[in-house]
Design a protein around this ligand. Structure first.
Ligand code: ATP
Length: 281
């Protein structure tokens, strides 16, 4: 397991109540995990625990154990951790370094800080420009970009350090449908590269399409976890802050009106094929 959390509970400094309660899960290398849950469920806190930001920056009270690649997270330096676990924020604005004047320089910034050789840096920057379609933007100031462009640059910068685990915390919450599609294209590429990905995202239809497994969190606890096709077709998740894909919801409504399904479908294509077969396939 590349990431393991065992019985994690956490209380922020100066707060009376814990916000994470006895959470345990593991990530298998190369799989894509989706995390769903209403606001304040504790999703970002969990991300911050996996990347060591809690307790390195937010102290408070953390109990339980976190292992990254089989080693206790406390045995890694901050630098070592940041090159294994990459994290992308909800708001790309906060992720732009603010000290570089062009997109190209921004892409090299993280590598510069880690002392990567100029040749390797050049190769990596070129690769990222190509992968993220950034050619038209290379000489622009990162602050002059649109939200979607900023998010692409922020993601590319994070990936310059070649993390094995990639955490995307609501990467599309401020993006229009086209930019959202661009980000998910990148998720697909990362998936093909064998990265282990945690995707915190409210767009459940996209989670259904890309994730191997899903967690549903509520009030600091994991209420459901398992294979995407099992969790996202389980109407019980609706009572715990989870959502169902549109096609699943549609078939659930039909089921409530008497149509029978052996198993609720996860996507529109699946729904069409099940309905063509009369519903019970
Ligand atoms: N720095 C902090 N200090 C104190 N409490 C915090 C801090 N950050 C988050 N919290 C609290 O921890 C709880 C979980 O917040 P968290 O941001 O992890 O949830 P979330 O599921 O990511 O929410 P959202 O979807 O709104 O981003 C909330 O009650 C929040 O108010």
């Amino acid at each position: 397991m590349i990431v393991s959390l065992k019985n994690i509970s956490y209380r922020y400094p100066l707060e009376k109540e814990s916000v994470i309660h006895n959470v345990s899960f593991s990530f298998e290398k190369g799989k894509v995990y989706g995390m769903l849950g209403e606001n304040e469920a504790g999703k970002t806190s969990i991300c911050n625990i996996i990347r060591g930001f809690i307790p390195n920056f937010f102290q408070g009270e953390l109990t339980g154990e976190v292992f990254i690649k089989g080693k206790a997270i406390s045995e890694y330096t901050v630098g070592e951790l940041s090159s294994i676990v990459g994290y992308s924020f909800q708001n790309p604005f906060t992720q732009i370094s603010g000290v570089k004047e062009t997109v190209e320089e921004e892409l090299a910034y993280g590598m510069e800080n880690l002392g990567v050789s100029p040749e390797k840096m050049r190769r990596k920057v070129d690769e990222l420009i190509e992968l993220f379609h950034l050619q038209p933007l290379v000489n622009k100031n990162p602050y002059e970009l649109s939200g979607g462009q900023k998010q692409r640059v922020a993601l590319a910068s994070m990936l310059s350090l070649e993390p094995e685990v990639v955490i995307l915390d609501e990467p599309t919450s401020q993006l229009d449908p086209k930019s959202t599609e661009d980000i998910f294209e990148i998720v697909q590429i990362l998936k093909e590269q064998g990265k282990t990905i945690l995707l915190v995202e409210h767009k459940v239809d996209l989670l259904a399409q890309y994730c191997d497994e899903i967690f549903v969190m509520q009030k600091g606890e994991i209420k459901f976890s398992g294979k995407t096709e099992d969790v996202l077709t389980n109407p019980e998740i609706l009572q715990f802050g989870g959502q169902l894909p549109q096609a699943t919801l549609f078939c659930l409504k039909m089921q409530e009106r008497g149509k029978q399904f052996a198993k609720l479908p996860l996507s529109v294509d699946e729904a069409v094929s099940v309905l063509r077969n009369g519903g019970l396939a």
